[in-house]
Design a protein around this ligand. Structure first.
Ligand code: MIC
Ligand code: SF4
Length: 641
């Protein structure tokens, strides 16, 4: 039997397990990346493991999220990451060098390699034919130390791209269409593989836009073949030597398949407040726009920025629109500066930001009350922009730029001839913002600011758990609900006690107070609980607040792994009615839970308040059971050594 691309990469890196869907497997990780909002915690955990030097082929620490420095906290964390990186053998991408996924694609990504990143959009690397996976910081720390990455073998879904895109329709519209078809949970348990004649009509940055937003499908990863277009891209980056061909065998078997007819696609928009709430720009209609943000790791490549610059050239941003543009990397920004495109943007009235995540994670540029903001990023969760009442629409750079001029959501096809952007023969390569680590055996001093507080470590699973259902939430709860992030909170990613004051506040402002009063408890969730970001703070903070178990209809992959790593039990209702048998405030008992988990016995939740027994399940591998029993991955690792 032949193999798909993802199966080939997994096979070449397989350390344990059978490549049968849902089986527990472990793979070797070639490269890791961290960014600053998850990195501080990841490096604290790496240090706690006591390993003298990273064992990966390449590990890179990026500074791109926490770049607003309105107090000492972010700058302190940057210094900590820079010194810890230097000490332990990690390359350091300085603030200003760009967004981790964009820079990694340009400068480090290699087809056929595995990449584990402490950021959910790590699958951007799939655009270049890597198997790139997002994970919690602790999993990345383990991989840096040479440990295997454990996951359940994903199913493979082939997305067949037919034909080619029409004028003004771009890669963002492809992935929005996939989201419309599959939904934000449609990719859970899958790697999405792109295939078909349409693939060769897409450049690497366009492919990366698509694999980036595979995260919004809940997919483990997304991957494109590595072909002549990939070779051209790497050659233009001065890295042709990193190229290898990678394609699926003709007789590869897929678990699922869908077809997208590129010729039939039109400009699309994801309406508030979910990336799968997709309709055509035409159907959404000419709503008045207050703000437009073009940037983020999804759409800030040279190709995207040049498209926008050509649309803006000689025009003026509508007087009632604030247009902000954040080019994805120093390479892109510098090329725009050198060829004059930056001047076209500035001339049109765009507000230019440094190359960083910026407004995508609410690091500045929060829109006004009730504003309509069009954005090219990947998530439009409620409140993520920093303004709870804002209505965020996700659109392509083409739609964003044209709408910024018109002042209302506009189908870009109404503008006439589209700009044509040729992929450059040579990108402007200057790695002077990437600092190599100090040589082995160095005596680099790791600098820790006062904002770094110890992180919570769990205790082994108790024999029995009796506690209240402290909170009951609905479907598709994001990690932005569990542990909100914005310019005010991001500086405290290494300060769990402070963050705990804001846990679940978008769902229930009294939650932190209640949790602290009760000292322990359960969370009850709907389906796809914990979708979105990889931040393990969405597990560490509940751990700090005494949460013993989350009982949900289903979980998103990264968050479930983070709960297990923290020693919090992720349990699911055996029948959907189970969810209706628990109300907030009910006293719940998991009798003999230690033995039940150890032996993999059927789990029964006793709702003491309602006097009913509710059957539960724990979809855990033997290793995951052992981790939960030990009280989390760090305790488990200590027990192993
Ligand atoms: C995001 O897009 O939500 C983030 C911020 O990049 C997160 C990481 C984090 O929460 O720090 C992600 O996607 O993993
Ligand atoms: Fe940064 Fe936004 Fe990308 Fe997350 S999704 S890595 S915040 S640009």
């Amino acid at each position: 039997m032949g193999y798909s691309i993802a199966q080939k990469i997994i096979k070449a890196h397989l350390l344990s397990g059978e490549m049968t869907p849902k089986e527990d497997i472990s793979i070797r990780i070639d490269q890791t990346l961290t960014q600053d909002s998850t990195g501080t915690m990841a490096y604290l955990q790496f240090e706690a493991m006591g390993i003298p030097r990273v064992k990966t082929e390449k590990s890179v620490a990026y500074i791109d999220h926490n770049t607003l420095q309105t107090g000492f906290e972010n700058a302190d964390d940057h210094k900590y990451i820079q010194t810890v990186a230097s000490k332990y053998g990690i390359y350091f991408s300085r603030p200003g060098n760009g967004i981790c996924h964009q820079v990694h694609l340009e400068r480090f990504g290699i087809p056929g390699k595995t990449l584990l990143g402490s950021d959910s959009h790590t699958p951007t690397g799939g655009g270049i034919g890597m198997l790139a996976i997002g994970a919690g910081g602790l999993d990345v720390a383990v991989a840096m130390g040479g440990g295997a990455y454990h996951l359940s073998m994903p199913k493979i879904m082939r997305v067949n791209l037919k034909g080619r895109l029409g004028d003004w329709v771009s890669a963002k519209d492809i992935i929005l269409e996939v989201l419309r078809v599959l939904s934000v949970k449609g990719g859970v348990g899958y790697i999405i593989e792109y295939a078909g004649e349409g693939v060769k009509t897409l450049s690497v940055p366009e492919r990366a836009t698509i694999t980036n937003m595979g995260a919004e499908l809940g997919a483990t990863s997304s991957v494109f073949p590595s072909d002549e277009i990939t070779r051209e891209f790497l050659k233009a980056q001065g890295r042709e030597g990193d190229w290898t061909e990678l394609k699926a065998d003709p007789d590869a078997k897929y678990d699922d398949e869908i077809m997208i007819d590129l010729c039939a696609l039109v400009p699309l928009a994801a309406k508030p407040h979910m990336p799968d709430n997709v309709d055509t720009v035409e159907n959404v209609g000419k709503i008045k726009v207050d703000q437009v943000f073009i940037g983020s790791c999804t759409n800030s490549s040279y190709r995207d920025m040049m498209t926008v610059a050509k649309i803006l050239k000689g025009r003026t941003v509508h007087p009632e629109v604030s247009l902000v543009i954040g080019p994805g990397s120093k390479q892109v920004l510098n090329m725009l500066a050198q060829n004059g495109a930056l001047s076209d943007m500035i001339d049109a009235g765009a507000r230019i930001l440094e190359s960083a995540c910026g407004p995508c994670i609410g690091m500045g540029q929060s829109p006004r009350t009730n504003a309509v903001s069009l954005r090219t990023n990947n998530r439009n969760f409620e409140g993520r922009s920093g303004t709870v009442s804002a209505q965020i629409y996700i659109v392509s750079p083409e739609t964003a730029a044209v709408s910024a001029i018109k002042g209302e959501l506009t189908d870009p096809r109404t503008l006439g001839k589209p700009p044509v952007i040729e992929a450059p023969d040579r990108f402007l390569v200057n790695d002077n913002m990437i600092v190599p680590p100090a040589p082995e055996g160095n005596d680099v001093e790791v600098v820790r600011g006062p904002n770094i507080k110890p992180f919570p470590i769990n205790k082994s699973l108790p024999a029995e758990i009796e506690a209240e259902a402290l909170l009951k939430v609905g479907d598709n709860i994001t990690t932005d609900h569990i542990m909100p992030s914005n310019a005010k909170l991001l500086p405290y990613r290494s300060n769990i006690p402070y963050l705990s004051e804001f846990c679940f506040v978008p769902c229930d402002p009294d939650f932190p107070k209640r949790a602290k009063e009760k000292g322990s408890g359960f969370i009850i969730g709907g389906s796809n609980y914990g979708q979105g970001s990889s931040r393990e703070h969405a597990a560490l903070v509940p751990l700090y607040l005494g949460i013993k178990a989350v009982i949900a209809k289903s979980f998103a992959r990264i968050h479930m792994a983070n709960l297990i790593n923290s020693g919090i039990l992720p349990l699911t209702f055996k029948d959907p009615q189970g969810y209706d048998r628990v109300d907030e405030g009910d006293v719940l008992v998991l009798e003999d839970i230690q033995r039940v988990i150890k032996n993999g016995e059927p789990i029964v939740l006793f709702n003491k308040t309602k006097n009913v027994k509710i059957p539960l399940e724990a979809d855990l591998s033997a290793r995951q059971r052992a981790i939960v029993l030990a009280g989390g991955l760090l305790n488990y690792t200590k027990l192993q050594s």
